[in-house]
Write a protein that binds this ligand. Structure first.
Ligand SMILES: [Cu+2]
Length: 248
């Protein structure tokens, strides 16, 4: 048996904002240093600048931290950062703002994904190499309340539905995927007491986990109240495999 174990210490570096849809995270503090090294590199800066308006994911996935039985932590100096750019079209038009399924159903949806692998030397603080994967494209006719879970992409990735809608995620790829996230339900409550009467709205977080959806299988979920559901495929989160359902 090994006397070392893997130490998990996930850190979120940047969450998306309305002006900049970049999500950056690292699996631990050493991998976070790798993200910093990559972001300071001129060639990487050029790639990032070329992805305006697209959903960018910057993931520090190496090195792994090892911890021995005395708590001492060690790691390799060689880090890997995965940069993924995702964007979609509906009927040939750039699609990024959530709209209702009835406005996109029976139209051609197209999902694009471009991935770069960046290798860094943590001790020297430099990028030592980069490789670019061929662009992935998924093209399907969109259907009502139906989300394609393809080669590391959800399509449509952002959508609006009415309360009471049952959505189906269908795995049209040859790898398993999952749908994991928190569904924040907005529930309004009316309070009447002796002093005053008021109405307020509360947010109830519901944890959602589909389990593994195997190829050609599907999974359904009923969105029974107003709210928002931000989710990801935890197997492919480094590839930016994520989506949002707005219920209103
Ligand atoms: Cu996946």
């Amino acid at each position: 048996m090994s006397d070392q174990s893997i130490k998990n210490d996930l850190r979120v570096i940047k969450t998306p904002t309305p002006g900049d849809s970049t999500f950056a995270y690292a699996i631990n503090q050493a991998a976070a240093k790798g993200v910093q090294v990559a972001q300071n590199d001129t060639a990487v800066k050029q790639i990032l600048a070329g992805q305006k308006g697209r959903a960018l994911t910057i993931a520090g996935v190496q090195p792994t931290l090892l911890q021995d039985k005395n708590g001492k932590i060690s790691y390799s100096n060689f880090g890997q950062v995965i940069i993924t750019s995702n964007w979609q079209y509906v009927d040939g038009k750039f699609y990024s703002n959530p709209i209702n399924f009835n406005q996109i159903s029976n139209k051609i949806g197209e999902s694009h994904q471009h991935i770069w692998n960046v290798f860094v030397d943590l001790s020297k603080g430099i990028v030592t190499g980069m490789s670019e994967e061929p662009e992935r494209v998924m093209k399907e006719t969109l259907k009502p309340n139906f989300v394609f879970s393809g080669m590391n992409i959800f399509m449509p990735d952002v959508v609006k539905v009415r309360p009471g809608s049952v959505l189906t995620w269908f795995n049209n790829s040859n790898l398993p995927h999952n749908v994991v996230g928190i569904y924040y339900k907005y529930v309004s409550s009316n309070n009447n007491n002796n002093m005053s009467s008021s109405s307020s709205s509360r947010t109830i977080p519901i944890s959602v986990d589909s389990g593994f959806i195997q190829p050609n299988e599907s999974w359904r979920y009923n969105f029974d109240a107003d709210g928002i559901f931000d989710y990801r495929c935890t197997i492919h989160s480094a590839d930016g495999m994520k989506g949002t359902v707005i219920v209103s």
